[in-house]
Design a protein around this ligand. Sequence first.
Ligand code: RIB
Length: 291
Amino acid sequence: MTIWNLGSINLDLVYGMDRLPGRGETVSAATKAEFLGGKGANMSVAVARAAARVCHIGAVGADGRWAVERLMEYGVDTGHIVQVDVPTGHAIVAVEGSGENQIIIFPGANRDIPVERLRAALTQAQTGDFLVMQNETNAQIEAARLGHDMGLTVCYAAAPFEAGAVQAVLAYLDLLILNAVEAEQLEHALGRPVTDLAVRDVIVTLGARGARWISTERGSDQVFAARQVQAVDTTGAGDTFTGYVLAGLDRGMPMPQAISQAVLAASIMVTRRGTADVIPDLKDLQDLIQD
Ligand code: RIB
């Protein structure tokens, strides 16, 4: 089947430094590098590296041809990425020695995806396909509603987190993925625990501790532990996790197996500096298991 990803595409400007700047502070970076990024692009690449089929729906400006070409080289179907009269999105990513980051995004073309192009893309989706969105594009509600009405499995990765954005699509979701801080914020906004959401599956990523899967259908709540690794850069690890979960499910894995594989992929990702370009593939996962 196919994973349809309404997703952002960014140029990531990544600066390495001893510690992240505080408010009003100027710090010097020791390194600078450029990567393909954007939560959406990272997820698409993760899906492709996990050997599933992904169609990316998005937008770039005239300066973004390189990003589309790179996605294509990485095995992503780019036929539904349009060029618009707005510059391509970019992100300024600061990463400190511990691997923690701070990100500023300029959404650019990511918030200018023509809704009619989204609709046209999704007419090609089939029952059994997946649709994933993150909070870095426009048209999330239209996509979620359409995906739900078409019988797709609709997944929302609630990052960057905004309670209102999650609430707006909640009724259409089959799978919600968010981190522990975001889960707390959502619980606060909704006034009820995430275990009480009317979403079939909720996954809460727990960073170095792995991930928690709440199946509201079965009434189960299970934690999947992560391997202990030396993190150098946590950027894109959550996106890698989401892409791998979806690819696993799409390839017929039961949820526990898809999550275990995704936890492993994310634990490799945090040992690498960079974003989409360095997302591990299935061979990397195999090598780690055999170590
Ligand atoms: O999740 C990491 C991503 O967030 C980066 O690639 C950056 O572009 C921002 O979208």
